[in-house]
Write a protein that binds this ligand. Sequence first.
Ligand code: SAH
Length: 390
Amino acid sequence: MIKVFLRKKISRRVVDGHPWIFSNEIEKVDGLLSGGEIVNVFTHDNKFIGSGYINPKSQIMVRLLTRDKGIGINEDFFYKRILQCWEYRQKIGYTENCRLAFGEADSLPQLIIDKFNDYFVIQTLALGIDLWKTAIVDALKKIFNPRGIYERNDVPVRELEGMEQHKGFLSTPFDTNIIIHENGLKFNVDIENGQKTGYFLDQQDNRKAIEHIVKGADVLGAFTYTGSFEIHAACYGAKSVLGIDISENAVQQANQNAALNEVASICKFQTANAFDVLKEWSKEEKRYDVVMLDPPAFTKSRETIQKAIAGYKEINLRGMKLTKPGGFLVTSSCTSLVNAELFLQTLDMAAKDAKRTLRQVTFRTQSPDHPIIRGIENTEYLKFLIVEVQ
Ligand code: SAH
């Protein structure tokens, strides 16, 4: 087994429980590396830290899978880990649709598995986990006897690991347009061509959180994707709902979802750039009872954080102006580099410019099937805020 020794003068982060080891924290590697191998990691003075996978091409050179000394990393290891993931989701009550494996938060670094009832969508985003794909698929087959398993590895981050982007079946081919149930409503999920794994499960509880504020309301939603928030609003008794997304394909699916839930007469969707229409409509003094914003991540790099904050400020400022006094703004951010405090500060700045006061209804994060591990920053990424805009 290849041995990795850490430098003496590095922070305690890894010893304290963080699973990532950066290349500049490594003193030496005993053994030849091609990439993806399982290695044992030791302190400078030969104390065992844990086992994980290595990739010399990656800045995060090792990702730890376990800190137990006697455990072998093999097919059975992955079967047991995935079974543990499932037992945890059952315990916390997320069974029909859930993020079954959330990477580092499930001690399965860079592995994402979304469960859509009997269908599973997998992403293996690092070489060291990609090499175990067959073991992971076998474990899913053994535990769930699924109707289908699909790989959505068409993700640019794989190229940083020296891997190609790829998508395709990991089971017998099946119809990749499926219908899932969420909060009693129905949604089409396009596993093959939808964004990310096809559907954003992380907002499933937050969609329910709008139930009371949308009754009898005129609602505007921007960055709607397949219309999940907007269709919830319509089904919860909104008077009218308009959803905006830049993707024509998303708008088409959103219209289908509205029809599927029999709310097409009150819930309409339009293809447009939200930055343009929010600005235009706020200047035209259009007003809504509820405005909902759920943009994509604005940055993945520290260098462009200021630009991301400017983006959040702009759309939220416009969103506030578009909200009638006493109406509600429902606003999200999934940029993990913009933490909760920074996001709230940005909203305060927007409120000041809009000359409005915000009264907080609720401030939340992602649903608990995407667990947060204290000390692993990236596991806490979603911010979801409802405010009354006075
Ligand atoms: N609210 C959705 C998820 C939104 S994901 C849900 O709960 O499922 C973000 C969406 O923003 C994507 O569908 C993307 O197409 C859209 N988008 C990105 N840039 C945009 C822009 N400038 N204007 C409008 N929509 C945009």
